[in-house]
Ligand binder design. Structure first.
Ligand SMILES: [Fe+2]
Length: 185
């Protein structure tokens, strides 16, 4: 299987809001995490990856874009109308990393998508947090990745992580709702 090359330019094309990240160092780190994860995965392109085996027609990249831009928009509204300040770079970092482990938790199958051994045995997000640490992200970012999912027994510990987790589950709920499945959580 021929796999595409993952570069910062590719990620900026597939994830338009990634262009807004002001830190070039974090852009480089996110690209490294995506390259490393992608080398381990069974997909020929990040754009081929599924959101979940239950929703094989839903692309992971569409979910990431909806949640990244949705969280940025919600944060801007709360800042404008309620004076709540957010770290917008941090929201983009979390959005770009939170589901990157789905690349190795799922793999292509005749049905569209199935769980891998990693998906069955390692809690969602843990592999993403491991690679985030490998490429220099802080304990804070690891905590945000690990707590974005309701599978975690720990909850987010900051505004950006908390808002992001709600928008993320909201999007999963909408995908489930519009495909005749029970709400996500
Ligand atoms: Fe997600």
């Amino acid at each position: 299987m021929k796999k595409i090359e993952i570069t910062t330019e590719y990620l900026e094309r597939v994830f338009p809001a990634f262009c807004q990240l002001s830190s070039l160092e974090e852009k480089r780190q996110i690209t490294k995490v995506n390259q490393d994860m992608f080398e381990r995965c069974g997909w020929s392109s990040i754009e081929d990856a599924c959101f979940s085996p239950a929703l094989p027609d839903c692309r992971l990249v569409d979910h990431i874009n909806a949640v990244m831009e949705g969280t940025l928009a919600a944060a801007r509204c709360m800042e404008r109308y309620q004076g709540i300040e957010f770290d917008y770079d941090n929201i983009i970092v979390l959005a770009m990393l939170h589901d990157v482990s789905k690349l190795v938790e799922y793999e292509p199958a005749e049905s569209g998508c199935r769980e891998t051994e990693i998906g069955k045995k390692i809690q969602h997000g843990v592999f993403a947090a491991m690679l985030a640490q490998k490429y220099g992200f802080s304990i804070h970012v690891m905590n945000q990745i690990l707590t974005h999912t309701p599978r975690s027994k720990m909850r987010p510990s900051d505004k950006e992580g908390a808002l992001f987790a709600r928008v993320d589950i909201g999007n999963a709920d909408m995908l489930h709702y519009t495909h005749g499945l029970p709400l996500f959580d």
